[in-house]
Design a binder for this molecule. Structure first.
Ligand SMILES: *[C@@H]1O[C@H](CO)[C@@H](O)[C@H](O)[C@H]1NC(C)=O
Ligand SMILES: *[C@@H]1O[C@H](CO)[C@@H](O)[C@H](O)[C@H]1NC(C)=O
Ligand SMILES: *[C@@H]1O[C@H](CO)[C@@H](O)[C@H](O)[C@H]1NC(C)=O
Ligand SMILES: *[C@@H]1O[C@H](CO)[C@@H](O)[C@H](O)[C@H]1NC(C)=O
Ligand SMILES: *[C@@H]1O[C@H](CO)[C@@H](O)[C@H](O)[C@H]1NC(C)=O
Ligand SMILES: *[C@@H]1O[C@H](CO)[C@@H](O)[C@H](O)[C@H]1NC(C)=O
Ligand SMILES: *[C@@H]1O[C@H](CO)[C@@H](O)[C@H](O)[C@H]1NC(C)=O
Ligand SMILES: *[C@@H]1O[C@H](CO)[C@@H](O)[C@H](O)[C@H]1NC(C)=O
Ligand SMILES: *[C@@H]1O[C@H](CO)[C@@H](O)[C@H](O)[C@H]1NC(C)=O
Length: 336
């Protein structure tokens, strides 16, 4: 596999500045909130390398129980979607390793390089196959960096703090910038305190099948999400100043969008029952036995009434709402 460092040394920096050209491609980095099937493919033993074809329902379902939002974004905006997100991923396995899935800052970027950097002979003719003005990079990561198994439960390494996670996200943008990307969107973390996993309930869930201090978790995740979001927003303001117009990161306020959905359910959820933003469709009746998951699920007709698919993941309808808003963001007319 081509090393990122090798490409960085080899690439020239003579890209034309980004004009008003139409966006035709979207490149995504992230975790299970964005992944369609890469994590399952890895678990299957098939490492999803160059030209990987994502697997869609009915052959595989994403962590939202169906089709993940990038596919809808491609539909709404007529974009070609390059989705490199992996369920369970973090920004950097060096800082907050968790499951060791390919991370945003290296493993996922390596796939982008495989797909989009042509090396005709050694290092002399490496080039990006996408026109810089024609694509936007969406980075949506952080949920696994801050949650259970990491900061929330004091399981992070002793020499790691939130600014490391912020620096990782900023450095990932810098790497993509050196590779030639110029249009970026950073999705903020969502209000994780609204999920069942991070609610004030102390009851076991499938993702953490033990009694725990729900009140401490609920307040703790609120603090972590707000802290990271504030630092990320400050970070991109500094990065945009650093780039001085030659490339730009737009802030997408996923947090506010989710809060709006939560507070205005009837406008966003349209299944066959009244909108439900507190429960979730997918049920695991025994948190100690994942083989029972699926028993007691809502019906297919009811699904789009739910904001959440399970204890942690947004539903497919929430994903459609997100995709519609990111489309507006790319078009330059989103309020988020
Ligand atoms: C996992 O492997 C099965 C059996 O080979 C295959 O049908 C399925 O598409 C694979 N899933 C993914 C996500 O690659
Ligand atoms: C599911 O897999 C079958 C068999 O490989 C294939 O024919 C079909 O097109 C796949 N469906 C989707 C939606 O990918
Ligand atoms: C969709 O995108 C393709 C490829 O960029 C383009 O050829 C086609 O004209 C577009 N269709 C519409 C309806 O914009
Ligand atoms: C690399 O390939 C390009 C064209 O493909 C050629 O012009 C160039 O001379 C080659 N460089 C070397 C060092 O072989
Ligand atoms: C680079 O080119 C040299 C000379 O053509 C060749 O011996 C070497 O294997 C090439 N290296 C790579 C990584 O392709
Ligand atoms: C953090 O500490 C671990 C264990 O002591 C060490 O291996 C690692 O290199 C340190 N990381 C950094 C970024 O300093
Ligand atoms: C948990 O939050 C709900 C409202 O979201 C509140 O009614 C309830 O009293 C809280 N429970 C605890 C144990 O704090
Ligand atoms: C709900 O709305 C979405 C568009 O946001 C649509 O694609 C979906 O089919 C609708 N669901 C139902 C059950 O009507
Ligand atoms: C929301 O869905 C959950 C199932 O997860 C259910 O227990 C709860 O009663 C529903 N709430 C409302 C207001 O319908």
């Amino acid at each position: 596999m081509l090393s990122i460092a090798g490409v960085l040394c080899a690439l020239g920096l003579s890209y034309a500045s980004v004009g008003q050209a139409r966006i035709t491609d979207v490149v995504l980095f992230g975790d299970s909130y964005t992944d369609q099937s890469r994590q399952h493919s890895i678990a299957n033993g098939t490492y999803p390398g160059k030209d990987y074809q994502e697997v869609f329902p009915p052959n595989d379902t994403a962590a939202d129980g169906g089709v993940q939002w990038p596919w809808y974004l491609g539909l709404y905006g007529n974009y070609t979607v390059w989705n490199y997100a992996v369920g369970g991923a973090v920004c950097s396995n060096d800082w907050t390793p968790l499951y060791g899935e390919p991370d945003v800052s290296s493993g996922q970027q390596a796939w982008f390089i495989q797909d989009h950097i042509v090396t005709s002979n050694n290092t002399s003719h490496q080039m990006l196959t996408l026109e810089p003005s024609s694509f936007v990079v969406v980075q949506f990561i952080g949920t696994n960096d801050v949650g259970i198994g990491s900061f929330l439960t004091a399981d992070e390494a002793a020499n790691v703090s939130l600014p490391n996670v912020v620096d990782c996200q900023m450095n990932s943008f810098r790497t993509m910038h050196v590779l030639g990307a110029r249009n970026f969107i950073l999705n903020s973390l969502i209000p994780l305190q609204l999920t069942s996993l991070y609610s004030n309930s102390s009851a076991p869930t499938i993702y953490y099948p033990e009694v725990h201090d729900g009140n401490a978790w609920n307040k703790g995740i609120y603090n972590l999400v707000h802290s990271l979001n504030r630092m990320l927003e400050d970070g991109i303001n500094a990065l945009n100043a650093e780039w001085a117009g030659d490339g730009r990161v737009e802030w997408f306020n996923t947090y506010n969008l989710f809060e709006t959905m939560y507070n205005n359910p009837a406008q966003y959820f349209n299944g066959s029952i009244p909108a439900n933003v507190t429960g979730h469709c997918h049920q695991c009746p025994d948190p100690d036995d994942y083989t029972q998951c699926g028993i007691g699920d809502c019906t297919l007709a009811e699904r789009d009434s739910y904001m959440w698919w399970d204890e942690l993941h947004p539903s497919e309808q929430t994903g459609r709402n997100l995709a519609a808003e990111i489309f507006k963001k790319i078009e330059g007319n989103s309020q988020y």
